[in-house]
Ligand binder design. Structure first.
Ligand SMILES: [Fe+2]
Length: 294
């Protein structure tokens, strides 16, 4: 059973417990999620002017389109205001600022029937925990413009407690940072970077798709199997997502049960505390930072 909670008044501690059991939370837009969406829109609309961002893919040649994204995405991701608004959003949703650590918010785009690589990569079904995320990671996702069933993400809740054969054993986060990420802007048409993926057929149907208005928020465990559905809507989907962990969970090694992740390394070094932007203690990060088998 997977429960979808809507605008739940549950405390953050209880919510994480439910998330680690596979439930999903949906919230109406909050003041800070709306401000974050407004900030992303303003940036995207300036970058793609005079085109409306969800339609810009029909007006620009592939390389020009990718060039705009190559500038827009890092500008949004690294902007101090983006982090500020995420802190506000976490507070809106009841996360304790002194215990909650977050990673910078990503601006993602999913073009319709077009450019499936690099910065416009369409993710295959995956769990974030195949990419060196801790089992206690909680994911936040929100649409920037209207979405519909043909351009959102899909959950496959039946796999929450069932492992999938996958190639995460070949993935190490530190190696990815050293080699993979910088290559993204060079990949326009074909995806050649090695990403963990399923090594068996996944039963994708029936899946679960949640449609919220822009700024509505989905929260789910990083161990939840999810897919970016092939976009056939005719419009590019713009979304924002970020990850968070609670320090008590990290210390206690709490989180979802690991049913199939074999990656090494850890992303924990990327997380900053909501109250003061300090990282987790170095030795705590080190205790998660496993190295690949020789
Ligand atoms: Fe993901």
């Amino acid at each position: 059973m997977t429960v979808v909670y809507f605008d739940s008044p549950m405390s953050d501690d209880e919510r994480r417990e439910r998330l680690f059991a596979g439930d999903i939370f949906v919230y109406s837009p909050t003041p800070h999620s709306m401000a974050l969406v407004a900030f992303a829109r303003e940036m995207a609309e300036t970058a793609f002017a005079p085109h409306f961002p969800p339609d810009a893919q029909h007006h620009l040649a592939g390389p020009d389109y990718v060039r705009v994204l190559a500038d827009l995405k890092p500008t949004f991701i690294n902007h101090a205001r983006s982090a500020e608004l995420v802190r506000g959003l976490l507070a809106d949703l009841g996360a304790e600022p002194g215990q909650t650590y977050f990673d910078v918010p990503r601006l993602r785009t999913m073009t319709s029937d077009y450019l499936n690589a690099g910065l416009t990569l369409q993710f295959e079904s995956h769990r974030d925990t195949w990419f060196s995320a801790p089992m206690s990671q909680v994911n936040f996702w929100m649409p920037v413009y209207e979405v519909e069933e043909a351009n959102v993400m899909a959950f496959h809740p039946r796999y929450f407690s069932t492992g999938v054969r996958n190639s995460s054993r070949e993935y190490n986060y530190a190696q990815w940072v050293a080699h993979g990420r910088t290559a993204a802007a060079q990949q326009v048409e074909i995806e050649t970077r090695r990403q963990p993926g399923a090594e068996e057929q996944i039963e994708r149907e029936p899946d679960l798709r949640v449609i919220t208005p822009p700024g509505g928020i989905l929260i789910f465990s990083g161990a939840q199997l999810h897919t970016t559905v092939p976009n056939t809507s005719g419009r590019t989907r713009f979304s924002i997502d970020f990850r968070a962990v609670n320090r008590r969970d990290v210390q206690a090694r709490a989180g979802a049960r690991n049913v199939d992740s074999e990656c090494t390394g850890t992303t924990l070094g990327d997380f900053l505390r909501a109250s003061d932007l300090t990282p987790l203690p170095a030795e705590l990060i080190r205790s998660y930072d496993t190295v690949p088998a020789a």
